[in-house]
Design a binder for this molecule. Structure first.
Ligand SMILES: NC(=O)c1ccc[n+]([C@@H]2O[C@H](COP(=O)([O-])OP(=O)(O)OC[C@H]3O[C@@H](n4cnc5c(N)ncnc54)[C@H](OP(=O)(O)O)[C@@H]3O)[C@@H](O)[C@H]2O)c1
Length: 428
Protein backbone atom coordinates (compact mmCIF):
# COMPACT_ATOMS: atom_id res chain seq x y z
CA UNK A 1 0.00 0.00 0.00
CA UNK A 2 1.34 3.40 -1.01
CA UNK A 3 1.73 5.62 2.07
CA UNK A 4 2.26 8.89 0.26
CA UNK A 5 0.46 10.51 -2.65
CA UNK A 6 2.33 13.26 -4.46
CA UNK A 7 0.27 16.08 -5.89
CA UNK A 8 0.92 18.51 -8.72
CA UNK A 9 -1.37 21.53 -8.65
CA UNK A 10 -2.24 23.57 -11.76
CA UNK A 11 -2.94 27.20 -10.88
CA UNK A 12 -2.38 29.07 -7.64
CA UNK A 13 -5.30 31.49 -7.67
CA UNK A 14 -8.20 31.82 -5.22
CA UNK A 15 -8.96 28.08 -5.03
CA UNK A 16 -5.36 26.85 -5.58
CA UNK A 17 -4.05 28.85 -2.60
CA UNK A 18 -7.01 27.59 -0.54
CA UNK A 19 -6.08 23.99 -1.41
CA UNK A 20 -2.52 24.58 -0.18
CA UNK A 21 -3.88 25.98 3.10
CA UNK A 22 -6.57 23.32 3.74
CA UNK A 23 -4.23 20.48 2.87
CA UNK A 24 -1.63 21.80 5.25
CA UNK A 25 -4.25 22.10 8.04
CA UNK A 26 -5.92 18.71 7.46
CA UNK A 27 -2.98 16.56 6.30
CA UNK A 28 -2.58 14.78 9.63
CA UNK A 29 -6.30 14.02 9.99
CA UNK A 30 -6.48 12.63 6.45
CA UNK A 31 -3.38 10.52 7.15
CA UNK A 32 -4.93 9.10 10.33
CA UNK A 33 -8.16 8.28 8.48
CA UNK A 34 -6.66 6.84 5.30
CA UNK A 35 -3.11 5.88 6.22
CA UNK A 36 -1.92 8.00 3.31
CA UNK A 37 -0.04 11.28 3.43
CA UNK A 38 -1.02 13.85 0.80
CA UNK A 39 1.89 16.05 -0.26
CA UNK A 40 2.00 18.86 -2.83
CA UNK A 41 5.35 18.61 -4.58
CA UNK A 42 4.88 20.96 -7.57
CA UNK A 43 2.63 23.84 -8.65
CA UNK A 44 2.24 25.18 -12.18
CA UNK A 45 2.15 28.98 -12.27
CA UNK A 46 2.64 31.56 -14.98
CA UNK A 47 6.16 32.89 -15.57
CA UNK A 48 6.51 36.07 -13.53
CA UNK A 49 3.78 35.10 -11.03
CA UNK A 50 5.38 35.42 -7.61
CA UNK A 51 4.24 32.59 -5.41
CA UNK A 52 7.69 31.82 -4.04
CA UNK A 53 6.78 32.65 -0.41
CA UNK A 54 3.88 30.17 -0.50
CA UNK A 55 6.05 27.54 -2.22
CA UNK A 56 8.82 27.93 0.35
CA UNK A 57 6.44 27.87 3.30
CA UNK A 58 4.84 24.65 2.07
CA UNK A 59 7.94 23.08 0.60
CA UNK A 60 6.89 22.61 -3.01
CA UNK A 61 8.49 23.59 -6.29
CA UNK A 62 7.08 26.17 -8.71
CA UNK A 63 7.12 25.09 -12.36
CA UNK A 64 6.22 26.94 -15.55
CA UNK A 65 5.84 24.07 -18.00
CA UNK A 66 3.02 21.50 -17.73
CA UNK A 67 5.43 18.70 -18.74
CA UNK A 68 7.25 19.18 -15.45
CA UNK A 69 4.10 17.80 -13.84
CA UNK A 70 2.54 15.42 -16.39
CA UNK A 71 5.90 13.76 -17.22
CA UNK A 72 6.92 13.47 -13.56
CA UNK A 73 6.35 9.80 -12.73
CA UNK A 74 6.47 10.56 -8.99
CA UNK A 75 3.28 12.67 -9.20
CA UNK A 76 0.18 10.56 -8.52
CA UNK A 77 -2.57 13.19 -8.57
CA UNK A 78 -3.06 16.40 -10.53
CA UNK A 79 -5.32 19.13 -9.09
CA UNK A 80 -6.58 21.43 -11.85
CA UNK A 81 -7.70 24.81 -10.49
CA UNK A 82 -6.75 27.07 -13.41
CA UNK A 83 -10.26 27.40 -14.84
CA UNK A 84 -11.57 27.79 -18.45
CA UNK A 85 -11.62 25.00 -21.00
CA UNK A 86 -8.31 25.54 -22.78
CA UNK A 87 -5.62 24.57 -22.00
CA UNK A 88 -7.17 22.88 -18.93
CA UNK A 89 -8.71 20.17 -21.16
CA UNK A 90 -5.38 19.35 -22.79
CA UNK A 91 -3.53 19.37 -19.43
CA UNK A 92 -6.12 17.17 -17.68
CA UNK A 93 -6.32 14.74 -20.61
CA UNK A 94 -2.54 14.42 -20.66
CA UNK A 95 -2.43 13.83 -16.89
CA UNK A 96 -5.10 11.10 -17.11
CA UNK A 97 -3.31 9.45 -20.02
CA UNK A 98 -0.13 9.42 -17.98
CA UNK A 99 -1.97 7.43 -15.28
CA UNK A 100 -2.53 10.27 -12.82
CA UNK A 101 -5.77 10.75 -10.90
CA UNK A 102 -7.30 14.21 -11.43
CA UNK A 103 -9.29 16.46 -9.12
CA UNK A 104 -10.77 19.63 -10.60
CA UNK A 105 -13.15 22.44 -9.63
CA UNK A 106 -13.78 23.37 -13.26
CA UNK A 107 -17.50 23.19 -14.19
CA UNK A 108 -16.95 24.67 -17.67
CA UNK A 109 -14.52 21.84 -18.42
CA UNK A 110 -16.70 19.09 -16.95
CA UNK A 111 -19.89 20.32 -18.65
CA UNK A 112 -18.26 20.70 -22.06
CA UNK A 113 -15.71 17.86 -22.07
CA UNK A 114 -16.83 15.64 -19.19
CA UNK A 115 -17.91 12.63 -21.28
CA UNK A 116 -14.55 12.36 -23.05
CA UNK A 117 -12.57 13.01 -19.85
CA UNK A 118 -14.47 10.33 -17.90
CA UNK A 119 -13.78 7.89 -20.76
CA UNK A 120 -10.07 8.76 -20.69
CA UNK A 121 -10.02 8.21 -16.92
CA UNK A 122 -11.70 4.78 -17.30
CA UNK A 123 -9.30 3.72 -20.06
CA UNK A 124 -6.31 4.69 -17.93
CA UNK A 125 -7.64 3.15 -14.68
CA UNK A 126 -7.56 6.42 -12.77
CA UNK A 127 -10.20 8.50 -10.98
CA UNK A 128 -11.55 11.90 -11.99
CA UNK A 129 -13.30 13.79 -9.17
CA UNK A 130 -14.93 17.24 -9.34
CA UNK A 131 -17.06 17.81 -6.24
CA UNK A 132 -16.16 21.53 -6.13
CA UNK A 133 -17.47 22.16 -9.65
CA UNK A 134 -21.11 22.45 -8.46
CA UNK A 135 -22.11 24.61 -5.50
CA UNK A 136 -18.50 25.05 -4.27
CA UNK A 137 -18.54 24.04 -0.63
CA UNK A 138 -21.77 21.95 -0.66
CA UNK A 139 -20.94 18.25 -1.10
CA UNK A 140 -23.93 17.76 -3.42
CA UNK A 141 -22.40 15.53 -6.10
CA UNK A 142 -21.16 12.92 -3.62
CA UNK A 143 -24.58 12.96 -1.94
CA UNK A 144 -26.35 12.39 -5.28
CA UNK A 145 -23.88 9.66 -6.30
CA UNK A 146 -23.79 7.80 -2.97
CA UNK A 147 -26.69 8.68 -0.71
CA UNK A 148 -29.38 8.37 -3.41
CA UNK A 149 -28.23 4.98 -4.67
CA UNK A 150 -31.33 3.34 -3.17
CA UNK A 151 -33.67 6.14 -4.20
CA UNK A 152 -35.12 7.52 -7.42
CA UNK A 153 -34.51 11.20 -7.99
CA UNK A 154 -37.42 12.86 -9.76
CA UNK A 155 -36.39 16.52 -9.64
CA UNK A 156 -33.38 18.66 -8.76
CA UNK A 157 -33.80 22.43 -8.39
CA UNK A 158 -30.69 24.45 -7.75
CA UNK A 159 -29.84 27.99 -6.81
CA UNK A 160 -26.33 27.33 -8.03
CA UNK A 161 -25.03 30.73 -9.06
CA UNK A 162 -24.10 32.90 -6.09
CA UNK A 163 -23.62 36.09 -8.12
CA UNK A 164 -27.16 36.21 -9.50
CA UNK A 165 -28.68 35.14 -6.20
CA UNK A 166 -26.78 37.98 -4.52
CA UNK A 167 -28.10 40.44 -7.12
CA UNK A 168 -31.71 39.23 -6.83
CA UNK A 169 -31.53 39.43 -3.02
CA UNK A 170 -30.20 42.99 -3.18
CA UNK A 171 -32.93 43.99 -5.62
CA UNK A 172 -35.60 42.70 -3.21
CA UNK A 173 -34.10 43.82 0.09
CA UNK A 174 -32.56 47.15 -0.97
CA UNK A 175 -34.97 48.00 -3.79
CA UNK A 176 -32.02 48.18 -6.21
CA UNK A 177 -32.30 48.11 -9.98
CA UNK A 178 -30.64 45.26 -11.91
CA UNK A 179 -27.84 47.61 -12.99
CA UNK A 180 -27.09 48.84 -9.44
CA UNK A 181 -27.16 45.31 -8.04
CA UNK A 182 -24.65 44.23 -10.70
CA UNK A 183 -22.29 47.11 -9.84
CA UNK A 184 -22.49 46.21 -6.13
CA UNK A 185 -21.80 42.51 -6.87
CA UNK A 186 -18.77 43.57 -8.92
CA UNK A 187 -17.49 45.89 -6.19
CA UNK A 188 -17.69 43.04 -3.67
CA UNK A 189 -15.91 40.60 -6.01
CA UNK A 190 -18.98 38.34 -6.48
CA UNK A 191 -19.29 39.27 -10.16
CA UNK A 192 -16.49 39.49 -12.70
CA UNK A 193 -15.91 42.60 -14.82
CA UNK A 194 -17.44 40.60 -17.69
CA UNK A 195 -20.48 39.11 -15.90
CA UNK A 196 -21.86 37.30 -18.97
CA UNK A 197 -21.47 33.72 -17.70
CA UNK A 198 -23.27 34.55 -14.47
CA UNK A 199 -26.07 36.90 -15.54
CA UNK A 200 -26.88 35.02 -18.76
CA UNK A 201 -27.24 31.72 -16.89
CA UNK A 202 -24.29 29.95 -18.54
CA UNK A 203 -22.50 29.16 -15.26
CA UNK A 204 -25.74 27.72 -13.82
CA UNK A 205 -26.24 25.77 -17.05
CA UNK A 206 -22.79 24.13 -16.75
CA UNK A 207 -23.74 23.03 -13.25
CA UNK A 208 -27.18 21.82 -14.40
CA UNK A 209 -25.42 19.60 -16.97
CA UNK A 210 -23.34 18.07 -14.17
CA UNK A 211 -26.33 17.70 -11.81
CA UNK A 212 -28.24 15.91 -14.60
CA UNK A 213 -25.35 13.47 -14.99
CA UNK A 214 -25.40 12.70 -11.27
CA UNK A 215 -29.19 12.60 -10.86
CA UNK A 216 -30.12 10.57 -13.94
CA UNK A 217 -26.87 9.23 -15.46
CA UNK A 218 -27.50 11.32 -18.55
CA UNK A 219 -24.93 13.36 -20.48
CA UNK A 220 -26.67 16.45 -21.85
CA UNK A 221 -25.08 19.55 -23.34
CA UNK A 222 -25.90 23.25 -23.22
CA UNK A 223 -27.48 23.00 -26.69
CA UNK A 224 -30.07 20.55 -25.37
CA UNK A 225 -32.01 22.97 -23.14
CA UNK A 226 -33.18 26.55 -22.69
CA UNK A 227 -30.71 28.77 -20.83
CA UNK A 228 -31.93 32.19 -19.76
CA UNK A 229 -30.33 34.41 -17.15
CA UNK A 230 -31.45 37.43 -15.17
CA UNK A 231 -30.02 40.11 -17.48
CA UNK A 232 -32.26 43.17 -17.43
CA UNK A 233 -34.84 41.65 -15.09
CA UNK A 234 -37.25 44.39 -13.90
CA UNK A 235 -37.45 45.30 -10.22
CA UNK A 236 -41.20 45.87 -10.78
CA UNK A 237 -41.68 42.20 -11.79
CA UNK A 238 -39.77 41.03 -8.72
CA UNK A 239 -41.90 43.29 -6.50
CA UNK A 240 -45.10 42.07 -8.15
CA UNK A 241 -44.01 38.44 -7.64
CA UNK A 242 -43.28 39.28 -4.00
CA UNK A 243 -46.74 40.74 -3.52
CA UNK A 244 -48.20 37.49 -4.92
CA UNK A 245 -46.24 35.39 -2.40
CA UNK A 246 -43.17 34.44 -4.46
CA UNK A 247 -39.42 35.08 -4.55
CA UNK A 248 -37.77 35.35 -7.97
CA UNK A 249 -34.74 33.03 -8.16
CA UNK A 250 -32.47 31.86 -10.98
CA UNK A 251 -33.20 28.13 -10.98
CA UNK A 252 -31.25 25.33 -12.65
CA UNK A 253 -33.82 22.60 -12.95
CA UNK A 254 -33.55 19.01 -14.12
CA UNK A 255 -36.64 16.86 -13.86
CA UNK A 256 -37.80 13.38 -14.78
CA UNK A 257 -40.96 13.59 -16.88
CA UNK A 258 -42.31 10.28 -18.14
CA UNK A 259 -39.31 8.32 -19.37
CA UNK A 260 -37.33 11.43 -20.28
CA UNK A 261 -35.58 14.37 -18.65
CA UNK A 262 -36.48 18.05 -18.87
CA UNK A 263 -33.79 20.61 -18.03
CA UNK A 264 -33.81 24.40 -18.02
CA UNK A 265 -32.03 27.37 -16.49
CA UNK A 266 -34.22 30.45 -16.07
CA UNK A 267 -35.54 32.88 -13.47
CA UNK A 268 -38.60 31.40 -11.79
CA UNK A 269 -41.17 32.27 -9.13
CA UNK A 270 -40.54 30.22 -5.99
CA UNK A 271 -43.31 30.17 -3.33
CA UNK A 272 -42.13 32.03 -0.23
CA UNK A 273 -42.54 28.97 2.00
CA UNK A 274 -40.53 26.70 -0.36
CA UNK A 275 -37.12 25.94 1.24
CA UNK A 276 -35.30 27.45 -1.78
CA UNK A 277 -36.97 30.83 -1.20
CA UNK A 278 -34.89 31.25 1.96
CA UNK A 279 -31.52 31.11 0.12
CA UNK A 280 -30.23 34.68 0.31
CA UNK A 281 -27.28 36.59 -1.14
CA UNK A 282 -24.32 34.59 -2.47
CA UNK A 283 -25.40 31.31 -0.86
CA UNK A 284 -26.40 28.24 -2.86
CA UNK A 285 -29.10 25.64 -2.28
CA UNK A 286 -29.97 22.41 -4.05
CA UNK A 287 -33.43 20.96 -3.51
CA UNK A 288 -33.97 17.30 -4.39
CA UNK A 289 -37.29 15.49 -4.81
CA UNK A 290 -37.09 11.70 -4.79
CA UNK A 291 -39.50 8.83 -4.39
CA UNK A 292 -37.88 7.44 -1.22
CA UNK A 293 -36.64 10.37 0.85
CA UNK A 294 -39.25 12.75 -0.51
CA UNK A 295 -37.88 16.27 -0.22
CA UNK A 296 -34.37 17.21 0.93
CA UNK A 297 -32.28 20.34 0.61
CA UNK A 298 -28.53 21.02 0.71
CA UNK A 299 -27.43 24.53 1.59
CA UNK A 300 -24.11 26.33 1.91
CA UNK A 301 -21.50 28.55 0.32
CA UNK A 302 -21.36 28.09 -3.44
CA UNK A 303 -17.94 29.68 -3.78
CA UNK A 304 -15.01 31.16 -1.89
CA UNK A 305 -11.45 30.05 -1.43
CA UNK A 306 -11.74 27.83 1.65
CA UNK A 307 -15.20 26.28 1.03
CA UNK A 308 -14.25 25.35 -2.53
CA UNK A 309 -10.77 24.16 -1.52
CA UNK A 310 -12.35 21.98 1.18
CA UNK A 311 -14.34 20.14 -1.50
CA UNK A 312 -11.18 19.71 -3.58
CA UNK A 313 -9.24 18.32 -0.63
CA UNK A 314 -12.12 15.96 0.24
CA UNK A 315 -11.80 14.53 -3.29
CA UNK A 316 -8.07 14.07 -2.61
CA UNK A 317 -8.86 12.28 0.65
CA UNK A 318 -11.26 9.93 -1.22
CA UNK A 319 -8.47 9.10 -3.67
CA UNK A 320 -6.18 8.43 -0.69
CA UNK A 321 -8.83 6.15 0.82
CA UNK A 322 -9.27 4.21 -2.43
CA UNK A 323 -5.51 3.88 -2.62
CA UNK A 324 -5.24 2.53 0.89
CA UNK A 325 -8.03 0.01 0.16
CA UNK A 326 -6.16 -1.02 -3.02
CA UNK A 327 -9.43 -0.52 -4.91
CA UNK A 328 -9.39 -0.24 -8.71
CA UNK A 329 -9.88 3.48 -9.37
CA UNK A 330 -13.64 4.15 -9.08
CA UNK A 331 -15.39 6.82 -11.15
CA UNK A 332 -17.30 9.64 -9.52
CA UNK A 333 -20.63 9.11 -11.35
CA UNK A 334 -20.71 5.51 -12.47
CA UNK A 335 -24.48 5.41 -13.21
CA UNK A 336 -25.26 5.97 -16.89
CA UNK A 337 -28.57 5.93 -18.75
CA UNK A 338 -29.77 6.42 -22.30
CA UNK A 339 -30.28 10.05 -23.27
CA UNK A 340 -34.04 10.56 -23.57
CA UNK A 341 -35.62 14.00 -23.38
CA UNK A 342 -39.07 14.63 -21.99
CA UNK A 343 -41.94 15.04 -24.42
CA UNK A 344 -42.70 18.82 -24.36
CA UNK A 345 -46.42 17.95 -24.40
CA UNK A 346 -45.93 16.33 -20.98
CA UNK A 347 -43.96 19.13 -19.29
CA UNK A 348 -46.50 21.24 -17.40
CA UNK A 349 -45.88 24.43 -15.40
CA UNK A 350 -47.77 27.52 -14.41
CA UNK A 351 -46.34 30.79 -15.76
CA UNK A 352 -45.98 34.45 -14.86
CA UNK A 353 -46.31 36.29 -18.18
CA UNK A 354 -45.86 40.03 -18.74
CA UNK A 355 -47.11 41.53 -22.00
CA UNK A 356 -46.48 44.94 -23.47
CA UNK A 357 -48.99 46.18 -26.00
CA UNK A 358 -50.46 49.41 -27.36
CA UNK A 359 -53.32 50.80 -25.27
CA UNK A 360 -56.12 50.05 -27.77
CA UNK A 361 -58.58 47.67 -26.15
CA UNK A 362 -58.86 45.63 -29.31
CA UNK A 363 -55.25 44.40 -28.99
CA UNK A 364 -55.81 42.95 -25.54
CA UNK A 365 -58.92 41.28 -26.95
CA UNK A 366 -56.73 39.70 -29.65
CA UNK A 367 -54.38 38.35 -26.98
CA UNK A 368 -57.38 36.94 -25.12
CA UNK A 369 -58.48 35.16 -28.29
CA UNK A 370 -55.00 33.63 -28.64
CA UNK A 371 -55.15 32.45 -25.05
CA UNK A 372 -58.46 30.78 -25.82
CA UNK A 373 -57.08 29.25 -29.01
CA UNK A 374 -54.19 27.63 -27.10
CA UNK A 375 -56.43 26.61 -24.20
CA UNK A 376 -54.63 28.86 -21.76
CA UNK A 377 -56.50 29.90 -18.59
CA UNK A 378 -55.11 32.82 -16.65
CA UNK A 379 -55.67 35.41 -13.99
CA UNK A 380 -54.62 39.03 -14.60
CA UNK A 381 -52.51 40.27 -11.66
CA UNK A 382 -51.47 43.69 -13.00
CA UNK A 383 -52.73 46.00 -15.73
CA UNK A 384 -51.00 49.37 -16.05
CA UNK A 385 -50.43 52.14 -18.55
CA UNK A 386 -46.77 53.15 -18.70
CA UNK A 387 -45.48 55.80 -21.14
CA UNK A 388 -48.39 55.31 -23.53
CA UNK A 389 -48.12 51.47 -23.48
CA UNK A 390 -50.23 48.94 -21.69
CA UNK A 391 -48.46 46.35 -19.53
CA UNK A 392 -50.52 43.36 -18.49
CA UNK A 393 -49.20 40.63 -16.23
CA UNK A 394 -51.02 37.37 -15.67
CA UNK A 395 -50.54 34.02 -13.97
CA UNK A 396 -51.57 31.01 -16.03
CA UNK A 397 -52.93 27.65 -14.97
CA UNK A 398 -50.59 24.73 -15.76
CA UNK A 399 -49.81 24.60 -19.48
CA UNK A 400 -47.35 22.44 -21.38
CA UNK A 401 -44.21 23.57 -23.22
CA UNK A 402 -45.93 23.40 -26.61
CA UNK A 403 -48.88 25.59 -25.54
CA UNK A 404 -46.47 28.07 -23.98
CA UNK A 405 -44.31 28.25 -27.09
CA UNK A 406 -47.29 28.65 -29.45
CA UNK A 407 -48.86 31.39 -27.32
CA UNK A 408 -45.63 33.39 -26.90
CA UNK A 409 -44.73 33.10 -30.60
CA UNK A 410 -48.21 34.20 -31.66
CA UNK A 411 -48.23 37.23 -29.32
CA UNK A 412 -44.79 38.26 -30.52
CA UNK A 413 -46.03 38.16 -34.12
CA UNK A 414 -48.73 40.73 -33.34
CA UNK A 415 -48.00 44.32 -34.32
CA UNK A 416 -46.25 46.28 -31.54
CA UNK A 417 -47.08 43.66 -28.88
CA UNK A 418 -44.68 41.32 -27.18
CA UNK A 419 -44.09 39.10 -24.18
CA UNK A 420 -41.57 41.09 -22.13
CA UNK A 421 -41.15 38.54 -19.32
CA UNK A 422 -42.05 34.91 -18.80
CA UNK A 423 -41.14 32.87 -15.74
CA UNK A 424 -42.14 29.42 -14.54
CA UNK A 425 -43.96 29.18 -11.22
CA UNK A 426 -42.39 26.43 -9.13
CA UNK A 427 -44.55 23.90 -7.29
CA UNK A 428 -44.80 24.16 -3.52
N1 LIG B 1 -13.38 30.95 -6.82
C1 LIG B 1 -14.36 30.16 -6.43
O1 LIG B 1 -15.00 30.43 -5.39
C2 LIG B 1 -14.70 28.92 -7.16
C3 LIG B 1 -15.78 28.11 -6.73
C4 LIG B 1 -16.07 26.92 -7.39
C5 LIG B 1 -15.31 26.56 -8.49
N2 LIG B 1 -14.29 27.38 -8.91
C6 LIG B 1 -13.51 26.95 -10.07
O2 LIG B 1 -12.16 26.77 -9.67
C7 LIG B 1 -11.29 27.10 -10.73
C8 LIG B 1 -10.30 28.14 -10.27
O3 LIG B 1 -10.99 29.30 -9.87
P1 LIG B 1 -10.26 30.50 -9.10
O4 LIG B 1 -11.34 31.34 -8.58
O5 LIG B 1 -9.20 29.98 -8.22
O6 LIG B 1 -9.59 31.25 -10.34
P2 LIG B 1 -8.34 32.26 -10.29
O7 LIG B 1 -8.28 32.96 -8.98
O8 LIG B 1 -8.39 33.06 -11.53
O9 LIG B 1 -7.11 31.25 -10.32
C9 LIG B 1 -6.68 30.56 -11.46
C10 LIG B 1 -5.17 30.67 -11.48
O10 LIG B 1 -4.67 29.81 -12.50
C11 LIG B 1 -3.76 30.57 -13.29
N3 LIG B 1 -3.66 30.01 -14.62
C12 LIG B 1 -4.60 30.00 -15.59
N4 LIG B 1 -4.13 29.41 -16.69
C13 LIG B 1 -2.84 29.03 -16.40
C14 LIG B 1 -1.82 28.39 -17.14
N5 LIG B 1 -2.02 28.01 -18.40
N6 LIG B 1 -0.64 28.17 -16.54
C15 LIG B 1 -0.44 28.56 -15.25
N7 LIG B 1 -1.35 29.19 -14.50
C16 LIG B 1 -2.55 29.41 -15.08
C17 LIG B 1 -4.34 31.96 -13.29
O11 LIG B 1 -3.37 32.90 -13.71
P3 LIG B 1 -3.90 34.22 -14.50
O12 LIG B 1 -4.74 34.97 -13.51
O13 LIG B 1 -2.64 34.89 -14.88
O14 LIG B 1 -4.71 33.74 -15.66
C18 LIG B 1 -4.72 32.10 -11.82
O15 LIG B 1 -3.63 32.44 -11.03
C19 LIG B 1 -12.21 27.54 -11.87
O16 LIG B 1 -12.47 26.45 -12.72
C20 LIG B 1 -13.47 27.98 -11.17
O17 LIG B 1 -14.61 27.88 -11.99
C21 LIG B 1 -13.97 28.53 -8.27
Amino acid sequence: MQKRLQIGILGLGVVGCGVVQILSQERQKIKEKTGVELVITKALVRPGEDKSALATAHNFQLVYDINDITADSDIDVVVEVMGKIHPANEFVTEALQKGKHVVTANKDLLAEKGTALVQTAIENHVSLYYEASVAGGIPILRVLANSFVADEITEVLGIINGTTNYMLTQMVEEGMSYEDALVKAQELGFAESDPKNDVDGIDAAYKTVILTRFAYGLDISLDDFVVKGIRGIELSDIELAQSLGYEVKLIGLTKKVGSGVFAEVAPALVPKHHPLASIRNEFNGVFVRSTGIGQSMYYGPGAGSLPTATSVVTDLAVIAENQSDNKPAPQFASYTAKKVFADPNEVFYRYFIALELPCEKVLWQEVQKLAEQFDLSYEVVADQEIAGKRRIVFLTKAINEVQKHQFVTSVNKMDASHVSQIMKVMEE
